[in-house]
Design a binder for this molecule. Structure first.
Ligand code: ADP
Length: 444
């Protein structure tokens, strides 16, 4: 019914143009007042149908009483408008006398084809409309035959036979459009069912991931705590024979904890539950502290981090911990994907009320055709990355979610084999006047 209403509304203009042209011609060549009368009837029918279509398209509940009411309204509208067209054609034929009725029959034929193409959504409505047109199509030539009783050689008989041919064509046309529509409907229903299944599977996966991540986090925190206690020496020094195994356990529990945290963040981001504690933060100071904290990690790859000293403060409204998380992701990637002995440069700048922070490396770079992969989930540009550099392929995806939640962005420029510059941008907080920074906060 909805499909019927949508198509009915879409074709309003087309119908009005066709009716106006046909009736204008009829008014010119035949009786003007009859033509005007039918034109008014056409508009009346259109107004009624328009009202019914609007009601149907606004209808949201599953009230069957309403559905029955709408079907009845559609029947009334169809009966009315088809009768108007049929009577118009019959009245034209009557004005022409007992002769060939090219005009009237052609008008009916067009209306029937138009219905066959466009009104197949409700079969009974199509049958009703076509029955009225077909009755009129047959009535016009039969009336002439009955009134004049011509010999078989008369053109009036030819007219009658032609109408019969045309009728079979109309029926075939309706059948093929109907079959096409039903087939489409079946495909759509199958797609909807498939979509529902996929949605259910996706929700189950999300729930599973959330539960497992939560369940993993608690024992993992205990393991990490125990290892940290052993590593601190509070329980005595680790025997040299155990040191290697101890280091392995520590670094693996660290990786596992990162993975679990990433999975939980991903979960929050996807369900829109990434809570932000927005406050004014000075991005330069946050970046400097994060760079300092990431230096030991970069040192593992023999990479040094160099932060260009900002000349002034850069205030933004953001969640400090989340921004630090994004910066750590950018810095650790820059270190991971640099050559041994490489250098990573961090700089801040302002442009059009936007603050941007860039992390530039001279590492392996990212091929042009792989740039989409960087921000995808569980995705790494090169499948060997995971073995060579570790990582989960989640960091950049989560970072993008975080930046979008801030109304900011994260992006990069890169040349394969030359290096990459990843940058984040955030709106500057204009309510705080930035102070110049004396040349003391050097970080190298
Ligand atoms: P991962 O945990 O694998 O680092 P990310 O989401 O942080 O996951 O990054 C996704 C992928 O983007 C990386 O595996 C890597 O292929 C590519 N990438 C990210 N940063 C850089 C960079 N600075 N240089 C080269 N490739 C990078």
């Amino acid at each position: 019914m909805r499909d019927y209403a949508v198509v009915g509304r879409q074709l309003f203009l087309q119908r009005i143009i066709i009716y106006s042209a046909a009736i204008l011609l009829a008014g010119y060549y035949y009786d003007t007042s009859t033509a005007l009368f039918f034109y008014a009837m056409v508009w009346l029918g259109e107004a009624f149908d328009g009202y019914v279509f609007n009601q149907i398209l606004r209808w949201r509940d599953r009230d069957w009483a309403k559905a029955r009411h709408f079907v009845l309204m559609i029947y009334i509208g169809t009966l009315f408008s088809a009768t108007v067209i049929a009577s118009f054609s019959i009245s034209l034929a009557a004005q022409q006398g007992h002769t060939m009725h090219f005009w009237a029959l052609f008008m009916l034929f067009s209306a029937a084809i138009f219905a066959a193409i466009n009104n197949h959504q409700i079969l009974s409505v199509l049958v009703l409309r076509l029955s009225i047109y077909i009755a009129a199509l047959l009535f016009i030539p039969i009336r002439d035959l009955v009134a004049t009783n011509p010999p078989l050689s008369s053109p009036l008989w030819l007219q009658f036979f032609t109408v019969l041919f045309v009728l079979s064509f109309i029926l075939e046309c309706s059948r093929s459009f109907l079959v096409g529509y039903v087939k489409n409907l079946r495909y759509i229903n199958a797609l909807v069912a498939e979509h529902e299944k996929t949605k259910a599977a996706y929700n189950a996966k999300q729930e599973f991931l959330a539960t497992v991540s939560h369940e993993l986090r608690t024992p993992l925190t205990a393991i990490k705590g125990a290892l940290q206690l052993i590593g601190s020496g509070a329980l005595g020094t680790v025997p040299p024979k155990m040191q290697h195994l101890f280091n392995m356990a520590s670094s693996n529990s660290e990786s596992l904890a990162n993975l679990v945290n990433d999975l939980l963040d991903l979960q929050r981001a996807e369900t829109g539950k990434l809570e932000l504690h927005i406050e004014p933060i000075e991005l330069g100071a946050v970046a400097a502290a994060t760079v300092d904290r990431t230096r030991p990690y970069a040192a593992r790859f023999d990479v040094t981090l160099h932060m260009e000293q900002p000349k002034r403060e850069y205030w933004v409204n953001a969640d400090r911990h989340r921004i630090e998380q994004v910066l750590v992701n950018m810095l650790s990637n820059a270190a991971k994907f640099s050559e041994t002995g490489g250098r990573v440069e961090i700089s801040l700048g302002a442009h059009d009320d936007q603050i941007s922070l860039a992390v530039k490396d001279y590492g392996i770079g990212i091929p042009k055709d792989a740039s989409e992969k960087v921000f995808e989930q569980f995705s790494q540009v090169n499948s060997s990355d995971i073995r060579r550099h570790g990582g989960t392929g989640l960091g950049m995806n989560i970072s993008r979610h975080i930046m979008q939640a801030h109304g900011g962005e994260i992006d990069f420029e890169s040349v394969e084999g030359v290096g990459s510059t990843f940058y984040v941008t955030l709106a500057e907080d204009k309510t705080i006047r930035p102070q110049p920074i004396p040349d003391m906060r050097k970080s190298a």
